[in-house]
Design a binder for this molecule. Structure first.
Ligand SMILES: C[S@@+](CC[C@H](N)C(=O)[O-])C[C@H]1O[C@@H](n2cnc3c(N)ncnc32)[C@H](O)[C@@H]1O
Length: 221
């Protein structure tokens, strides 16, 4: 059963048209700067075991995974097939608008780690996605939800658009815990710009992550 945390008003976004239209043309750009990306890749290097079965949900042409590590396979999901096709880390992918249909087409307890980078901020039904992620992860499996302080504002639901960085961490944690996830770890860090600017103290995109682990003894009902 999905436990609702957000109210109807929290879910509204200023551009209410089908998200598939917004993502119809591929964007072969980096949505996050080098400082953020290298922090995220390091976190993956530390937390995701080699050989794991991964799901990169709400992805694009880049997955930010460490190049030197091999995984059993990486399943990708997004809204633009051309971007997903160009992502060298994906073994397979599917396209699905998660604001229209929250059921993930994956077996229960079939994935070791699920990743969402700069994506949660566009979810209008995050509770149902959090419940699905709990279903498809194996016991002991990890969820890493990473984001910075930028977004496509017209596509972000009100709760995200109007919240502070700390509010974002808190609301992701609340939504997860309402579905039965244990208390997640919250990460909030500044980053250094990549290259010479960083050596001079230049700041990169701030790094935030919510990291949750599915209980070993989890029973699906
Ligand atoms: C800012 S991009 C981030 C892409 C990638 N994770 C990265 O790190 O560069 C946001 C992504 O969220 C996904 N997305 C946004 N709205 C969505 C929706 N309604 N349903 C499914 N995916 C969506 C798209 O795949 C889009 O590429």
């Amino acid at each position: 059963m999905v436990v609702q945390v957000l109210g109807e008003a929290d879910r509204r976004k200023s551009d209410a048209s089908d998200d598939a239209l917004f993502y119809a043309a591929p964007r072969f750009v980096q949505h996050l700067d080098g400082g953020f990306r290298s922090r995220l890749t390091n976190l993956y290097r530390q937390r995701l075991p080699a050989g794991a079965q991964l799901l990169d949900l709400m992805t694009s042409w880049v997955s930010h995974l460490p190049e030197e590590i091999s995984y059993q396979s990486v399943i990708g999901h997004g809204l633009n097939a051309a971007e997903l096709q160009a992502n060298p880390r994906l073994d397979r992918f599917w396209v699905q608008n998660l604001n229209q249909d929250q059921t993930l087409p994956l077996e229960s307890a079939s994935v070791d780690a699920a990743l969402i980078t700069a994506g949660w901020q566009y979810l209008q039904q995050p509770e149902a996605i959090a419940a699905e992620l709990l279903r498809i992860l194996r016991p002991g499996g990890q969820l890493v939800v990473a984001f910075s302080n930028r977004m496509f504002a017209q596509k972000a639901p009100k709760i995200w658009l109007e919240g502070s960085d700390q509010d974002h961490l808190r609301v992701v944690a609340r939504v997860l815990m309402a579905q039965g996830w244990p208390q997640p770890e919250l990460v909030a860090e500044s980053t250094r710009s990549a290259g010479p600017l960083g050596w001079l103290g230049g700041q990169g995109d701030p790094f935030f992550a919510v990291i949750a682990t599915k209980p070993i003894a989890w029973q699906d009902y």
